[in-house]
Each structure stands twice: as C-alpha cells, then as structure tokens.
Design a protein around this ligand. Structure first.
Ligand SMILES: [Zn+2]
Ligand SMILES: [Zn+2]
Ligand SMILES: [Zn+2]
Ligand SMILES: [Zn+2]
Length: 341
C-alpha cells in the first residue's frame, strides 16, 4: 500500500494536477491571517520553561533541548551535559514510550484514487500504473476494461505499454519524479528476474529501501522480509523488525502481523495481541484468526474479541464493491490483466 501521492485527488485523468494538488494558495489573505494566528499561538504555548539541571527559568525557544526525548530543557549546553547521567534512565523510558505511541497507532487506510474505497489489503487486488504511478484497485481497472476505453489506464488514460523495455522506461520516468511505488515495482522485477532484468536481490533491496524512504510501506515490509529470509543480505531479525515497524507505522498489516509473531516468540503476549488487534481492525484475516485462538486460550478478553470482530467486519464491508467482486472473479481467469503494466 502506498502512502505517497494524492489519494484525495478525485480528478481521474487530470494528470497535470498530479504533482501540484497539495499546494495551497500562498497569496490569499485568509492564509496569511491563519499563519499569523498560528505564530501567535505557538509563541504563547512555548513561553517560559525551567532548566532541568539548575532550575533557572528561560524562554523555551532559546533553551537547549534533550536531543533524544525532545522533552527536557536546559538553560545551556553545560547544564545539559551535567544532567546527562541523571536524565538517561528517564530519557530512555520516554523514548521507548514515544516509539510505542507511534507503533501502536491505528492508521487510516489508503484509498483507491478513483472509487475512494479503502484499498484491498492483498497487493494483488490492485496495480501500480507505470504511466502515472498510481495504485488503482482491480475493481476500477476492471470497470475500465469493460468500458469502451478498454485497456487505457483507469486513472490517466494512457494506453498500456506493449514491450517490457517500455514498462521499464516508464517506471524510470516516474522514479525520477520521486514515485516510491515506481522503485517498489522495479525492485519486484529484480527480485523475480523478470521483464528482461537479471535476478538480483542486492539491487532489489536497494530499490526497496529507496521506495520505503519515499513512502511505500510495502517496500519496507519486503525489505524486512529480505532480512528475515537472508535474501541478498545476511539474516538479521533485528533489522527485519526495524523495517517491519516502519511499514506497520505506515499502515502495513502484513508487516504488523510479522511483528506480532516476533513478540509471541519472545513471550510478549500483550504486545503481540496489540499488533494483532490493530491488524484485524484494519481487516486483516490472519490477525483475526490468531485473536480468535487467543480468545479461546484466554489471552484475549471477550470484549476485546467482540469489538475487534465488529471492526474487522466493518472494514471488510468498506473494502467490498461490486466491481471488485467482479474483478476478482474475472482476473482469476485473465492472468494477463494482473501483470505489471
Ligand atoms: Zn541550567
Ligand atoms: Zn531526554
Ligand atoms: Zn478503485
Ligand atoms: Zn496511468
């Protein structure tokens, strides 16, 4: 699932606007008024703070702040240095808490830029167009295919590429524009050695990292898998967890499921089920199954199970559409349609 791009852009086919829709008017007066008001607000919020070492009061904006937890303030660098050993334990705890706050946050799902429904969780139920770099759900692709415009891209109306080289060329163009999904797609071709490219895990992992940095959570999940499976890198579970966490924080449910399993292995039942519950609430079936088991074994309460099940069903209903159902039935027969274009 991609977090980049402009999923709120409903103007299918308006490719001119693709890169500019996030800009807001910088000249209108209302914006200036808002900016000034925000400035004033932030000034009054910051005002005075106390140095954690010597207790002297100072203006927050001028004070030295702990680089790690970003919460403790000092009147100068000397005070900060003096306080370091005393603050370390509390600082470590706060950093861990801040990390968990990020990690266990529920994320709104990405939407298909055409039908605006939450994206299906299975990556094979949507496809990234090499033309515009948009991930489109199979329901919208199928609806387009059944229309008179047949095999044009459902988003930008570009005809499909015919040859493998053309696909690669197009991908490189969207990659040059900073499209993380483009890097992700190319990484997949190297991982499988298809589209006239050699099989190359090292190259694939490099592309996954770049894709992840550009906001493609699926890329971070796959990079984590590479570290777990020793594909092109030495096996390193710590690094696998690091990348799965980045993916999960971006809303990736497979990655979160893997994190849950790792916590189970360590015996951290509570943390494990926190992951599974978030995943199941986002509509992930494997997570729901494990919660069901957890409920029967007493690791999950009845209320937790019931509310998770309700959220799961609600999300499942949101993801469903007639077009997507039709696509599922049709695409299981028409393999060519699901090949990367
Ligand atoms: Zn001080
Ligand atoms: Zn600190
Ligand atoms: Zn759609
Ligand atoms: Zn397109």
């Amino acid at each position: 699932m991609s977090t980049i791009g402009d999923n709120n852009d409903q103007r299918g086919g308006d490719s001119e606007k693709i890169t500019s829709n996030k800009e807001e008017c910088t000249s209108c007066e209302q914006n200036e008024v808002n900016n000034i008001t925000e400035d004033i607000d932030s000034m009054s919020v910051s005002d005075m703070s106390t140095c954690a070492n010597c207790g002297k009061e100072g203006n927050s904006d001028d004070m030295n702040i702990c680089n790690r937890c970003k919460e403790v303030k000092y009147c100068n660098a000397t005070c900060k240095k003096k306080h370091r050993s005393k603050h370390k334990k509390k600082c470590d705890r706060r950093v861990a808490e801040q990390h968990d706050e990020q990690l266990f946050k529920e994320i709104e799902p990405d939407e298909c830029p055409i039908c605006m429904l939450p994206m299906p969780l299975d990556a094979s139920d949507s496809l990234i167009g090499s033309c515009c770099g948009k991930r489109i759900c199979n329901g919208c692709r199928f609806a387009m295919f059944m229309s008179e415009e047949k095999d044009l891209c459902a988003f930008c109306r570009t005809p499909p590429p015919i040859r493998d080289e053309e696909i690669i060329k197009r991908l490189k163009e969207i990659m040059n524009k900073g499209n993380g999904d483009g890097f992700f797609q190319l990484a997949g071709y190297y991982a499988r050695g298809i589209m006239g490219l050699p099989q190359d895990w090292v190259k694939s992992n490099e592309l996954l990292l770049k894709a992840g940095e550009l906001g493609c959570t699926e890329a971070y999940c796959n990079l984590g898998n590479s570290y777990r499976n020793a594909s092109g890198v030495e096996r390193d579970v710590k690094k696998a967890i690091y990348y799965w966490e980045l993916a999960a924080m971006g809303g990736h449910v497979d990655a979160r499921y893997n994190l849950g399993l790792e916590e189970l292995k360590k015996g951290n039942i509570h943390r494990a089920f926190k992951h599974f519950i978030i995943g199941a609430r986002a509509g992930y079936k494997d997570s729901l199954d494990i919660i069901k088991e957890g409920f029967m074994q007493g690791d999950v309460t009845k209320d937790e199970y019931a509310s998770t099940l309700r959220a799961y069903q609600k999300r499942q209903n949101e993801i469903k559409s007639d077009e997507r159902n039709q696509a599922k039935a049709a695409y299981s027969h028409i393999d060519a349609l699901t090949q990367g274009r």
